[in-house]
Design a protein around this ligand. Structure first.
Ligand SMILES: *[C@@H]1O[C@H](CO)[C@@H](O)[C@H](O)[C@H]1NC(C)=O
Ligand SMILES: *[C@@H]1O[C@H](CO)[C@@H](O)[C@H](O)[C@H]1NC(C)=O
Ligand SMILES: *[C@@H]1O[C@H](CO)[C@@H](O)[C@H](O)[C@H]1NC(C)=O
Length: 369
């Protein structure tokens, strides 16, 4: 009786799910494929009663995990595309467009392809199957390019699910500006699962990038990206380490070069003139004007570096230039005073000379003029 019912239900299912697509002019090949795919879909999601909220992660793995007949789930990550959009050095945030292809095996989604018309893979959306929660752990915000849950994914007959994740991610990072603007930075995209510890879920990862899918912005060049995996607080962490190098042209041409020119010009203006002792106030104003101009450069500099305890190379350079110009200005002021002093001194000598007539040496008389 039971057998007959099952048989009947199968027949009914066959009759109602088969549709002849050739009536619409499509090839018989497509008609067969679509009907097999339909059967497969019913098999996976209706007959097997697939619950997408139920995780296929095997929860009975003993604490030490060695003797279990079921292996921990492995999530494989491939970094496929990386584009650095901005690196905000002041707030130490990297924003990037990232594509990571994530794959894992869900045994509930495996089928025998000889039964289902040699179909090796089907294409689904991520809202109907379970997906791991692996995410970029150190991100400030992550925006998926696809609307929630509608990312396309591929399921293979051996149960492997391939899920390309395309994110716009903002990631916190430590920036060391010691050698700014000739600096190189190491940024980490650390991916981990928040729900499953390392005995339940492991991660493997690699990068698969070529020059076209690895982009910096104008200021940063990407040197390379490699992977490192480690266990942190019982969770498997997979870190993609992005090694970037700054293109220093902007800072050299816009800050360092003008600073050099200003310093050189002001030093020449202040000291390299034949009438050294004359027009001291004009010379002082040259020095002060360059100092004011340099504060503009300092301001530009300060907006592009984080306010940490290390002082960058370029900062030291600009401050040195400011220092040189300041010392030069001070020297001008002092020489001004010395000259006044000399004149006063000469005057007093003249006054004394009036008293002790003709006791002055001739050289001092000349000096008065
Ligand atoms: C590890 O597993 C083995 C086999 O299941 C068991 O005999 C052993 O006591 C376990 N060790 C610990 C530290 O849990
Ligand atoms: C798949 O199904 C075919 C036909 O029923 C059977 O011969 C084959 O052994 C099955 N393959 C596996 C791996 O079970
Ligand atoms: C499943 O099949 C796909 C496609 O043929 C293959 O790339 C993948 O390695 C297979 N996975 C396993 C666990 O056999």
């Amino acid at each position: 009786m039971e057998m007959i019912l099952i048989f009947l239900s199968l027949i009914i299912q066959q009759v109602f799910t088969q549709y002849d697509y050739t009536q619409n002019g499509d090839p018989a090949e497509f008609s067969n494929y679509m009907n097999s795919a339909n059967d497969l879909y019913n098999e996976l999601f209706t007959k097997r009663i697939y619950h997408k909220n139920l995780s296929p992660v095997y929860g009975k793995i003993p604490a030490n995990g060695t003797r279990s007949p079921v292996k921990a789930m492995n999530v494989d990550l491939v970094l496929y595309y990386f584009r650095l959009l901005t690196l905000d050095a002041e707030s130490q945030i990297l924003s990037a467009s990232v594509e990571i292809i994530m794959s894992w095996r869900d045994p509930r989604l495996a089928w025998n392809n000889t039964i289902f018309g040699e179909i090796d893979r089907i294409f689904l959306t991520s809202d109907i199957i379970w997906t791991p929660d692996n995410q970029i752990g150190n991100s400030k915000s992550m925006t998926s390019v696809h609307p929630d849950g509608l990312a396309p994914l591929t399921v293979y007959s051996n149960g492997t699910v391939v899920y390309p994740l395309i994110w716009y991610a903002e990631v916190g990072c430590n920036i060391n500006v010691n050698r700014f603007p000739f600096d190189q930075q190491q940024l980490y995209l650390s991916i981990l699962s928040f729900a499953y510890k390392t005995d339940l879920m492991t991660m493997t990862g690699k990068t698969k990038l070529d020059k076209n899918r690895l982009m910096g912005n104008g200021e940063w060049n990407i040197v390379d990206i490699d992977t490192a995996s480690f266990v942190n607080d019982d969770a498997d962490v997979l870190a993609f380490r992005v090694h970037i190098k700054r293109v220093p042209h902007y800072y050299v041409y816009v800050i360092a070069l003008p600073c050099f020119i200003l310093t050189t010009l002001s030093i020449i203006g202040m000291f390299w003139t034949p009438n050294f002792k004359k027009e001291q106030l004009v010379k002082l104003s040259i020095g002060l004007t360059s100092l004011v101009s340099m504060t503009v450069l300092l301001d530009m500099l300060s907006t592009s570096i984080p306010k940490t305890n290390v002082f960058p190379l370029l900062g030291i350079y600009v401050v040195t230039c400011v220092g040189i110009t300041s010392i030069a200005s001070i020297a001008v002021v002092i020489s001004l005073n010395i000259e006044n002093y000399t004149i006063d001194h000469a005057k007093s000598v003249v006054y004394l000379g009036k008293i002790f007539d003709d006791t002055l040496p001739t050289s001092k008389k000349d000096r008065r003029k």
